[in-house]
Write a protein of this length. Structure first.
Ligand code: GLC
Ligand code: GLC
Length: 803
């Protein structure tokens, strides 16, 4: 069943009913100010850091779900309604929510009045602007009261939801005309404030939540709205809000546009005040002046559209598969941008208060982002590398605001260092910018420790080489990619973090997955060394890679598939010797991508994965699922069977299998897996899948689960970047390379061909793929050997590939 449809021309997903199985959300903002917005107007905003600079409040486990957010009320005689359906929940005569790229439009109609609410965060602007157009479609004059509002969060989102004895005393606001300023803690150590404003004389306001709502009432029925008034309340502690009221009279056919603006500004210490405790509002005034008129708003939306048009034109495909095209051309790339911006911090499932930016996550996110804005990828790589330690290990996470490593999670995730090689090589192949390798980059952010970025890569590789176990395989540490395979943590303490507890440092538990990674990224590092003239180093790394390959073949191959690991007692995991957890997906993906054992082992491993782990939504993480908790395995066995790491389809690693199928040149198997969980392909199963049909989720419950097919944790997942890599570089076969663009499609038999447009190093490659006997590649009419088109200065290069 569907709850809406794709409008590909407008690049929108149009939701046609408010009761989607879960809130279906969108992201606004691209730089400093970010907002989340659900299909009923819920969500929250923050500046750069969802933990430390939360602007509006959100209750993740509220009942009913998704309350608060954008608080719009329209009073028309006795009827009160909201253009986005919520918060009032009055049934509408018409409801539509159009999620577009960086903006969302709600179109509501009730009793002859239509309201269109467009919300966006304009580019280069720390403000969410909400344009509300109200039109009287009826035959009579309408006298309406319109309210717009927001509930402030007291900045630190963790403190805001825990430290009530203090918080109920500190809330402060100022009101100036149609603007409410939120200035909690501004009197002391904060130099930032927020504001909510309407571009019309306000007929009333409230800033004290309890006054506005009245006792025993929720956002759906505020007392002030019921009485069609405002109390002019000024918050003193408790919960500050900003609610502005504008009364309108509209003749038949007449419409009125209001701009509500939610902004954030910072002042230098010496310019904080204009009088005792009075905010210097210069910045807010300037920001508001920039969005005072509808024309200014429309121009900003146009700029945003043009921006996305430009970004997305860097890679487009036209094929016989409409769903493939819409994933590649629009939604997958859009999600790559969102994961780049957010890492795993803020969604409806990630509270924004815990994880900050992940080292491995952000490195992988770059794989799907680097072609969009390479300059930002460059900056990110250097930020990430700066939290690495001198021995090559690294902090696992960092806070985006401070860019400092997160001490409570610490280090010891032994896959982390290698991801830095993966993203740096991807960046250089995309841009040809070898200069990034010379960039002075500190360890642990300590001034004075800077070494060229290349040295960080060297230490990453070195860390794996020097941390190996009894079988010559890499030590797993606290965990590798699979955060829940905790082989050195024997936890019996409820609530103890599986990732940070390592109370049994065996010095023995090993990961076949990291071995696969090392073979793949070690080779990439060796290639890079060779290119920059480090021949001896390249040779040494290749030797280490080949040793690792041997170790995998000797100890990591189970006969029909690759094993997963060795535990603290040197027992295999992911082997037919085990009762449960006999086969895991991760090493099948990575060892085959790395080419270990060649295509024969590859096909065998992939067939085993399909047979034992395949379901209609993809490949499950492991089988059989663990039915009980084992302290020597850790968190993986804490989840009920079929959920999360214990045997769901953990979407992130499915594209590894797709890429692995491409590696062994099986286009049918690759595509068959791709389409099983590509959101657009399962749109009509929305009542089962439940999360948004336009973005990937982290997991889809496996066959062993009670809710097989149900997805969870949408948006912030490495699935976005890897799926884009799988479809663009594997199936469509367009791979940036140091010396040129490789075009080597691996299409399913039913596809006759496709057209691809790819901007690469300043040249637009217009690629036609077709089937025929005359196999091979011509570029601008010239037949080439192999499938890499050498770099050219030409603005356009036309490529014909016959497969
Ligand atoms: C989550 C984490 C990621 C990890 C994965 C598997 O998605 O963000 O870092 O690799 O789970 O455990
Ligand atoms: C939990 C999740 C896993 C995530 C980890 C770290 O273990 O199952 O997916 O990576 O937390 O936050």
């Amino acid at each position: 069943m569907k709850y809406g449809y794709f409008d590909d021309l407008a690049r929108e997903y149009v939701i046609t009913r408010p009761d989607t199985p879960l809130p279906w959300i969108n992201y606004l903002g691209s730089d400093g100010f970010f907002s989340l917005v659900s299909n009923t107007g819920g969500g929250y905003s923050f500046y750069k850091d969802a933990k430390l600079r939360r602007i509006t409040r959100f209750r993740y486990n509220n009942v009913p779900a998704d309350e608060g957010g954008r608080l719009f009320y329209i009073c028309d005689k006795d009827t009160v309604w909201s253009p986005a359906y919520r918060p009032v929940r009055t049934p509408l005569d018409q409801y539509r929510c159009r999620h577009g790229l960086g903006y969302t439009v709600f179109e509501g109609k009730k009793n002859g009045v239509s309201a269109s609410l467009t919300v966006t965060v304009p580019m280069h602007c720390d403000m969410e602007v909400q344009k509300l157009v109200i039109r009287n479609d009826s035959k009579e004059e309408k006298t309406l009261s319109v309210y717009g509002g927001a509930e402030w969060c007291l900045w630190n989102a963790v403190d805001d939801s825990t430290n009530f004895q203090r918080n109920w005393n500190i809330g402060e606001v100022e009101v100036e005309g149609g603007t409410v300023y939120h200035k909690t803690e501004y009197r002391e150590r904060r130099n930032h404030y927020a504001f909510y404003s309407v571009n019309a004389p306000a007929d009333g306001f409230d800033t004290n939540r309890d006054a506005f709502l009245g006792q025993f009432r929720g956002w759906n029925e505020p007392l002030a709205v019921e009485k069609r008034t405002s109390f002019g309340s000024i918050a003193a502690g408790w919960a500050p809000v900003a609610v502005l009221r504008v009364d309108l009279t509209l003749l038949p056919g007449e419409s009125r546009t209001l701009l509500f603006r939610l902004g954030y500004a910072e002042n230098p210490e010496e310019k904080k005040f204009t009088a005792l405790n009075v905010i210097n509002k210069e910045k807010a005034h300037a920001m508001l002046a920039a969005f005072e008129t509808e024309a200014q708003f429309d121009a900003a939306l146009k700029e945003l559209r043009a921006y996305w048009e430009g970004l997305l034109s860097r890679f487009t495909v036209k094929s016989s598969e409409e769903k493939l095209d819409r994933m590649v051309n629009i939604w997958n790339q859009y999600q790559c941008m969102v994961t780049f911006n957010m890492s795993r911090s803020a969604s409806y499932y990630e509270s924004g208060t815990g994880r900050g930016m992940g080292f491995r996550d952000s490195c992988q996110d770059l794989l799907g982002f680097v072609h969009l804005i390479p300059e930002r990828a460059r900056e990110r790589i250097l930020d990430i590398a700066s939290i690495q330690f001198a021995d090559g290990s690294t902090y696992h996470q960092y806070q985006p605001l401070t860019k400092r490593g997160n001490a409570d999670v610490g280090s010891g995730f032994n896959d982390d260092p290698l991801w830095l090689i993966a993203c740096t090589c991807a960046y250089i192949r995309e841009t040809g910018d070898f200069s990034i390798l010379d960039e002075p980059t500190p360890f642990n952010n300590e001034a004075g420790t800077e070494v060229p970025l290349l040295e960080h890569l060297r230490r990453s590789a070195g860390y794996t080489i020097s941390h190996r176990g009894p079988h010559g395989l890499p030590l797993i540490g606290r965990a590798d990619w699979n955060d829940c395979l905790n082989l050195n943590c024997f936890s019996r303490e409820p609530g103890e973090s599986f990732q940070t507890c390592s109370n049994f440092e065996s010095g023995k538990a090993e990961s076949v997955f990291i071995a696969g990674m090392f073979v793949k990224y070690g080779q990439e590092y060796a290639d890079l060394c060779e290119r920059i003239g480090l021949k001896e180093e390249a040779a040494a790394v290749r030797l280490a890679v080949s040793d690792m390959e041997k170790a995998v073949l000797a100890h990591g191959w189970d006969g029909e598939w690759f094993r997963r690991a060795y535990d603290a007692f040197e027992r295999p995991i992911g082997s037919r010797q085990n009762e449960e957890g006999q086969i895991f997906i991760e090493p099948q993906g990575f060892c085959v991508m790395a080419g270990i054992g060649g295509p024969d082992y590859g096909r065998k491993a992939l067939r085993s994965a399909e047979e034992r782990l395949g379901n209609e939504f993809g490949i499950e993480l492991l089988a059989p699922c663990y039915t009980e908790y084992h302290d020597y395995l850790g968190e993986i066995s804490s989840y009920p069977p079929g959920y999360k790491e214990n045997g769901s389809v953990f979407c992130h690693n499915n594209p590894w299998i797709t890429l692995a199928w491409c590696k062994v040149r099986d286009g049918n198997a690759a595509f068959d897996l791709y389409r099983r969980n590509a959101p657009a392909y399962i749109e009509d199963k929305s009542e089962i899948h439940r999360t948004e049909p336009y973005c990937y989720s982290q997991t889809i419950a496996g066959r062993a689960a009670r809710t097989y097919g149900e997805a969870k944790n949408s948006w912030l997942t490495g699935t976005a970047a890897w799926s884009f890599a799988a479809v663009s570089q594997g199936i469509l076969g367009v791979r940036p390379d140091y010396d040129g663009l490789t075009v080597d499609p691996c299409l399913p038999d039913f596809m006759d061909g496709c057209r691809i447009s790819r901007l690469f190093r300043g040249t637009r490659y217009e690629i036609t793929v077709r089937r025929g006997d005359d196999k091979g590649l011509t570029a601008d009419g010239k037949k080439l050997d192999g499938c890499t088109i050498p770099l050219t200065d030409a603005p356009v290069c036309s490529v014909l590939v016959t497969i």
